[in-house]
Each structure stands twice: as C-alpha cells, then as structure tokens.
Design a protein around this ligand. Structure first.
Ligand code: UDP
Ligand code: MG
Length: 318
C-alpha cells in the first residue's frame, strides 16, 4: 500500500469545500493500492471554512485539518502541509476545483512509471482577463530569460510528489517562499500534464492585480540576481556615454569656446540620471527587503488548532 497525503490550502472556501471533498474523495476512493488522507490547511479564513473542516473530520477519519492563527498566505499553507505530511506521496491542490481531481489517477500512473513528480500545467488561459494573461506571459518570459531556474509557462500548484522531493523542498528554509521556483530549483524528474483552464467552482479568487504583480516581482528577485547585474551594466554604459560626451564637450569648448548654454542637455541629463539612480536604488531595495525579512527568521505559520493526533512537524534536516 502506498500512502498519500492530499494537502489543500483553504482561505474562505466555505462555498466550495464540501463539494471539493466529495469529488476528490470519490476519485481517491476508487484507487486500488493506495491509502490516503486529506490535510486541509485553514489559512485564517474569516468564514465558516474551519467549521466545515471540523464537520468533515468528524464524519470521515481520513480528514485531518490544521488551522492557522491568522491568514499567512497560500505559500505558508502549502509549506505547513509539507511539514506535517508523512505519506509516501504528497498531492497539493486548490480547494476550488480548478485543479481537476480526475487527473489524479493519471498523475499517479506517472509516479508508478518512475517519475518523482507529476505536475499539472494549464494549456489555455481561458476565463482569465486579457490583461492578466498578457502580464502573466510577460512574467514567465522575463523570468526565464533572467533566471537559470526555468518556470514552465502555465505551471500551477497542482502536483503529486514523492517524499524525497518534499524533503528536499523542506530543506529550502527561506521565509519568503515562491513555490513555483522552489519546485523547479530542487530538480527531480517531473512529468507535465496539460489541462484546460477551468473557472473556479464557487467563491472568488483571492488574487488582486497588485497582489499578482508583487508576487511576480518577488518571484524574480527570489531566484535571480540578474536585476542587480542589469543595474551595474546600466551604470557602466551610462558612465561610458557620459565620458565620451565630456570629451566631446571639452574639445568643443577648447576649439570653439562656449556658445549657447546647454539648458536642454543639462535638463535631460539630470532627469535621466535621476530616474536611473532612483531605479537602481529601488532594485537594491528589493533585495535588501528580502534580506531583512529572511534575517528575522520568523516562523512561516502559527497553528492554532488541529485534529492531527501527533502533530509532529518534520523539520528540514540540514
Ligand atoms: N489560498 C490560501 N491562502 C490565501 C489565498 C489563497 O490558502 O491567502 C488558497 C485558496 O483557498 C485556494 C488556493 O489557495 O485553495 C488558490 O487560491 P485562488 O483560487 O484564490 O487563486 P487562483 O486560483 O485565482 O490563482
Ligand atoms: Mg483558484
């Protein structure tokens, strides 16, 4: 028997959680050779999500839950799931049925074939606003150009992983977690399963546009120092151009004397350089911000309530 832990981060999912459980449990029940349990993570929901988890847990022994003391974000919820999972295989998926449970048997077959990880990727961006999908594409292109850690276009946080891979993920102890990058960073053989994007079953998405933007920025700055290089490169090019311009102006002045005062030139140079300097400080600030947050070593989540009998957290053994 192979054991499976299904990790489901939930934030205000009262509308869909019961339905999700029915559908997903139905799929898992039909699998021969596997035992499974759900590990629902209540990420500080303000609605009845926890009550539904408790109800499900009372009726089904395969339901475990972990409830945070406040909203810590999906990354922390997934991380908590990894910490408390102890099965041979771990599945992570969303509660809103955007990650089709009927793909699980196929993905498990991939693991049986010998892959360490089977992950889903969206083959279309249907149901997403045009501007959202434009920026999303731009993000992947930019990231993959800047960083050695490649993110496949459309990869979602729906995957089956072997325990060894989960252990590797837990060894990355950063506080600011960008799972898409972490999954890719740890390596392991991954098989990809494309699927058509589905609108969420009920409830609403928790992402705002600005939230996605800062997620993308964090993604790039967590895995690549290319922006820092870019800033140094920019400084070098500008210094070179400035040097040439100084030479030209000096020679001009020596040969022809000073004619009209260069009002426009001065203004342009000051504004341009001002902009570049601000930008460079901003880029430095992004990295400094990461260092600041990492240096505090705060826990990624705080558990307030759980029905795990022996809530033993697996620590990264490093
Ligand atoms: N989620 C979470 N904490 C948060 C935000 C979201 O645990 O702070 C969960 C949410 O309940 C869902 C999954 O993460 O199961 C994906 O969230 P959502 O559907 O809002 O994102 P989208 O599918 O639009 O990317
Ligand atoms: Mg969703």
């Amino acid at each position: 028997m192979t054991s499976i832990d299904v990790i489901v981060p939930c934030y205000n999912e009262e509308a869909v959680l019961g339905h999700f459980f029915e559908v997903c449990d139905g799929v898992l029940k039909g699998l021969a050779g596997y035992t499974y349990r759900f590990l629902f993570i209540n990420d500080g929901s303000s609605d009845g999500t926890l009550a539904i988890m408790r109800k499900l847990a009372a009726a089904h022994p395969q339901v475990k839950y972990l409830s945070f003391s406040r909203n810590f974000g999906k990354e922390s919820a997934m991380y908590a799931g990894f910490c408390y999972a102890d099965a041979d295989l771990v599945i992570v998926m969303d509660a809103d049925l955007q990650h089709p449970p009927h793909m699980i048997p196929d993905m498990l077959r991939g693991i049986e074939e010998g892959y360490d990880c089977c992950a889903a990727m969206r083959s279309s961006r249907e149901g997403e606003s045009r501007i959202h999908s434009f920026f999303s594409r731009a993000f992947y292109r930019l990231n993959n150009r800047m960083s050695k850690i490649k993110l496949p276009q459309g990869a979602v946080d729906f995957r089956v992983m072997k325990k060894t891979m989960v252990d590797a993920i837990l060894q990355l102890s950063e506080v600011e977690r960008f799972s898409k990058g972490i999954f890719s960073w740890v390596g392991f053989d991954t098989k990809w399963y494309p699927y058509e994007n589905i609108e969420r079953a009920m409830g609403s998405s928790k992402w705002s546009f600005s939230g996605l933007f800062s997620y993308a920025l964090d993604g790039i700055t967590s895995f690549s120092t290319a922006p820092l290089r870019l800033v140094s490169g920019m400084g070098l090019v500008i210094s070179l151009v400035a040097f040439i311009y100084i030479l030209v102006t000096l020679i001009q002045t020596l040969l022809f004397g000073i004619d009209v005062p260069g009002y426009v030139t001065t203004l342009c140079a000051v504004l341009f350089l001002g902009g570049v300097i601000e930008l460079s400080i901003g880029v430095l600030g992004e990295y400094l911000g990461h260092m600041y947050k990492e240096s505090k070593h705060r826990p990624l989540f705080i558990v307030k309530d759980t029905n795990l009998a022996d809530p033993r957290k697996r620590e990264a053994e490093s």
